[in-house]
Design a protein around this ligand. Sequence first.
Ligand code: NVA
Length: 309
Amino acid sequence: MTRHFLRDDDLTPAEQKTVLELGLALRADRYAERPLEGPRAVAFITDKPTLRTQVSFAAGIAELGGFPLIVDGNLAQIGVRESIADTTRVLDRQVAAIVWRTFGQERIEEMAAASRVPVVNALTDQFHPCQILADLLTVAQHRGLESLPGTTFAYVGDAANNMGSSYLLGGVTAGLHVRIAGPEGYLPDAGVVARAREIAATTGGSVTVTTSAKEAVAGADVVATDTWVSMGDEAQAEERAKPFWDYQVNAELLAVAAPDALVLHCLPAYRGKEITAEVIDGPQSVVFDEAENRLHAQKALLAWLLGQG
Ligand code: NVA
């Protein structure tokens, strides 16, 4: 059966670990896996702005021996000029996999349902699962893969966005204690929290949702944040300017974390808003390792998906 990666819990804990192991191996030897030799094409379609995601997928597909076929979603107009299912039936005869950044999660689910090749979520409004693989790989790079279960991971800021949901699902899959803090009105979806608790019960992880940034960060091994205004939320930029100030990752907040806590941010970062320059440019920040790890994690994911079924 064709496997897809649409949300973080599409990988079981054992499968996620296999992908992370492969990611570490590819960090050490970039050309160790060549499943796309031929070259076979992989379509990368984006309906939203992108830099890291496009570059890391394109470079990664090339390093796997393949050809990255970049499709501008504004030209393709998937679901507008032609149905998602018809688009998929055209694509899956010509490419080995489809990577899509789009708006609603239901769009990528519809594509996967019609696709005979793996479909990968390169960010939707609801989830950003490739980023979480890269973040877990970054913690593994610095602390070892075996350290992941039991690691205390705090995410503060817009807890209702795609990063909050993906940290919940992907984090507990790795056995992390995931603590999520955001203001009222910007807390995670109850269904995602329930699903994360269900997974945590099988991996030894746990879930804490709170409105207190300090409670989330106290003693944490990893502290992460993200923009307060995600792609698609721009019209609300003004109303979002206020509720998040108590959730800024600054020196005062980081002081309550473990003394050697790692700082993550998926980028792009807005210094002086969700994170201060002092913290993101400081010694505990590993954000550029994290950006590089998009490449290694996604290559591992594609190699693994292509090896299934
Ligand atoms: N939450 C952000 C992540 C950017 C990588 C957004 O969706 O814009």
